[in-house]
Write a protein that binds this ligand. Structure first.
Ligand SMILES: NC(=O)c1ccc[n+]([C@@H]2O[C@H](COP(=O)([O-])OP(=O)(O)OC[C@H]3O[C@@H](n4cnc5c(N)ncnc54)[C@H](O)[C@@H]3O)[C@@H](O)[C@H]2O)c1
Length: 263
């Protein structure tokens, strides 16, 4: 049987994180060429160490909030001989990244404009700039698809009580950007429809990443499946969206959240 992603060249932003690194591993196994990217740092180094030397893997340093870097990214990839036909807007400022290790998480009244703007710059403006560059360099030249990454906290509010006493919280700028990114999907779906490009949003649920037993218990009660997701369970749906089998889907929001949004 053919590999699910044979013939796909997949460009991913923020590839070194919990989900990004899982997508890279699974996409390579499914026969894709993977063009990974991330900010320079330990996540990028770990990802490179895991896959360097594989013929179907390449890595580019990329800050999605830097307009000059984003403007040149597809030209760089194409100059190196690969033409991405799947693009993932996956990079994001998440709670852990925003605060850094050990820094207390501010409540809403103490949220700074700089943290708010930094989150919007990466999660929303970065996604816009990647999509705009895809429009300039790819859309209309060959068939392509864009997948924007939202969250279960895009169109559903958090149950704030589950974060009481936890070292991390949900934060307002995150939810705002994750709702906004689906607006970008809806806008682009019709705009690109006549030029052979599709665009969808995936909204992952709560992904297990070493959370305490108590947090797992609290959040598990809000999820029909009764538990957090494993990264590979989100990757299962992501690989489908990247595959030719998703070719008739555009403008959709796909919840992969164990039923969190279903009741
Ligand atoms: N893990 C979850 O529970 C969960 C749930 C819902 C949605 N998501 C979304 O899935 C995506 C991946 O999440 P994750 O859990 O792997 O997060 P993560 O924090 O582990 O990884 C995020 C990655 O984005 C990168 N990044 C941050 N700023 C960047 C910038 N300016 N330019 C380029 N890269 C940048 C980071 O270096 C990191 O590698 C994000 O969009 C996140 O919002 C995650």
């Amino acid at each position: 049987m053919d590999k699910q992603l044979a013939g796909r060249t997949i460009f991913i932003t923020g590839s070194g994180g919990v989900l990004g690194s899982t997508y890279v591993r699974r996409m390579l196994a499914a026969g894709a060429r993977v063009v990974a990217s991330d900010l320079p740092g330990h996540r990028a180094e770990t990802l490179k160490a895991a896959h360097e030397g594989q013929a179907n893997f390449r890595f580019y340093d990329l800050d999605v909030g830097d307009e000059d870097q984003v403007t040149g990214i597809f030209a760089r990839i194409m100059a190196d001989g690969w033409e991405p036909n799947v693009v993932l807007n996956n990079a994001a400022i998440t709670g852990e990244l925003l605060m850094g290790a050990g820094k207390p998480f501010p409540d809403f009244a103490n949220t700074s404009v700089s943290d708010w703007e930094r989150t919007l710059r990466t999660n929303l403006t970065g996604a816009f700039m990647i999509a705009r560059q895809m429009d300039r360099d790819i859309v209309g030249k060959y068939p392509a698809t864009l997948i924007n990454v939202a969250s279960m906290y895009a169109l559903n509010g958090p149950h704030h009580a589950i974060y009481e006493g936890m070292p991390f919280k949900s934060f307002s700028a995150y939810s705002t950007t994750k709702a906004g990114i689906h607006g970008l999907t809806l806008w682009l779906a019709g705009y690109w429809a006549g030029r052979g490009a599709t665009v969808n949003t995936i909204a992952p649920g709560a992904v297990f990443n070493g959370h305490s037993e108590e947090f797992q218990r609290r959040v598990g009660q809000l999820i029909m499946a009764g538990r957090m997701a494993q990264p590979d369970e989100i990757a299962d749906a992501m690989l489908f969206l990247c595959s030719p089998q998703a070719g008739y889907m555009t403008g959709q929001l796909v919840n992969v959240d164990g039923g969190f949004s279903g009741w």
